[in-house]
Design a protein. Structure first.
Length: 430
């Protein structure tokens, strides 16, 4: 048994992971592992991760990069230069895992494809992140969170439309990218456990597409012979609307009525209040019953187990109740409803702005937002680790400067000071 009392820098202390990532998914997977104590070495080209330059506030630094690369070490190598390949080889030999979210032609050209890497280090666990998966006619196509939202139906399911009639994507989070990063970190962890049993590394594949589908598992699930209302709409009503030449707005309005069960449009949704908004989460029947008592309403769909909610009368009842709920919630303030409902153990929260989270008492009590010193001299607030290990955590460090740890990492893998100088002079390292 390991001596847990001596774990002082997280459970992954002593594990090295190479991160050949850019933008969101790969770096987020690397940061998750760094938060667990892994030595995550981010290998960047001379220009750096493109995310460094997205709305940057100074050279090679942006808020979005800082938020996704905490605790990693940056080494800058020009892998197009032959002299950088020796350093690459030694890095691969030293590593337990590797994360890459690059196109297949790019990794082959740079010599960081799984076949090449595994020949150098057969024990390495290699996580390959693609947009659409390793097989099929779209395997080599590039992709980003936003377009995969469109491809997988998330945009249609959300049903958001601008005043100008334009379809809207999910802007609050690159949730497909982030879920893919979680999957990548899990792939490294599972692969290392598997290596402990077999002595061999392996290729682990994940993709934006696989995670986008998984994030919609409740909608994708289909029982043969018992189609969901949304599936029936898709196979019939949708075709009728298209045949009639219906607009996107008309199709969406019809779709949303099928996608969201009528009872959810009362009990599991957000409401406009007199001065803002309230999110209501009464999934449980007993909470719905309490809500009805508070509002002074009756709903046999909740209180009568024998009630048939498939009849036209039930539909009329449900639609009428939606209007009543909306009118009642709009009549008083958010604070009134929050206090009233919570006093009856009814789950709800005011609709807030994410900017409030940085100073939220509950968030700060759990270190879900932390403050770090950045190498630019700025204080930097960011989300904290999502896992907190009682027996020890690594020291939390801000994201690195481009190539900040080049010399340090090269020295770690056996390069002398003279050899490092030669790499720098040749332009292979910086």
């Amino acid at each position: 048994m390991p001596d847990y009392d001596n774990i002082i820098a997280g459970p992954l202390e002593g594990i090295r992971v190479l991160e050949f990532g850019s933008f969101v998914a790969g770096p987020w997977g690397g940061q998750l592992l760094a938060d667990m104590g892994a030595d995550v070495v981010k290998i960047e080209p001379p220009a750096g991760d493109p995310w460094r330059h997205a709305t940057s506030f100074t050279k090679n630094e942006s808020r979005v990069f800082m938020a996704l690369n905490r605790g990693t070490r940056s080494i800058c190598l020009d892998l197009k230069e032959q002299s950088a390949q020796k350093a690459l080889r030694k890095l691969i030999e030293s590593a337990d895992g590797m994360i890459s979210n690059n196109r297949s032609d790019t990794v082959r050209k740079l010599g960081i494809d799984y076949e090449t890497v595994s020949n150098i280090n057969p024990k390495i666990v290699y996580v390959d992140i693609t947009a659409y998966g390793p097989n099929g006619h779209m395997a080599d196509m590039p992709g980003f969170d936003l377009i995969v939202q469109g491809y997988t139906g998330a945009v249609a399911s959300e049903g958001k439309i601008t005043k100008e009639g334009q379809p809207e994507v999910v802007w609050s989070s690159s949730y497909i990218d982030f879920s893919t990063g979680y999957a990548a970190a899990n792939g490294i962890l599972a692969g290392i456990i598997g290596r402990g049993k077999t002595g061999k590394g392996q290729l682990v594949s994940t993709s934006l597409l696989s995670n986008a589908i998984a994030m919609q598992s409740l909608r994708v699930a289909d029982v043969k012979g018992i189609p969901a209302p949304a599936k029936m709409w898709f196979d019939t009503t949708r075709l009728e609307l298209i045949e009639k030449g219906a607009s996107y707005e008309e199709i969406q309005e019809s779709y949303q009525m099928a996608v969201r069960p009528l009872i959810y449009r009362c009990y599991y949704r957000s409401y406009k209040t007199l001065n803002g908004g309230l999110a209501l989460g009464t999934l449980a029947v007993h909470a719905r019953a309490r809500l009805l008592d508070v509002l002074g309403l009756k709903d046999p769909r909740v209180t009568d187990p024998e009630y048939d909610d498939s009849t036209p009368e039930s539909m009329f009842l449900g639609e009428n109740l939606v209007k009543q709920f909306e009118e009642i919630f709009a009549s008083k303030t958010t604070d009134h409803w929050f206090k009233e409902l919570r006093s009856h153990d009814i789950p709800c929260e005011p609709i807030r702005f994410v900017e409030e989270m940085a100073d939220d008492e509950q968030v700060l009590a759990n270190d879900y937002v932390i403050e770090l010193d950045h190498h630019t001299g700025h204080k930097f607030r960011t989300s904290g680790p999502v896992l907190q290990f009682k027996n020890g955590m690594p020291d939390l460090k801000s994201s690195p400067a481009l190539g900040q740890h080049t010399d340090e990492v090269l020295s770690d893998i056996g390069f002398s000071a003279d050899e490092i100088s030669e790499l720098r002079e040749s332009g292979s390292a910086s």
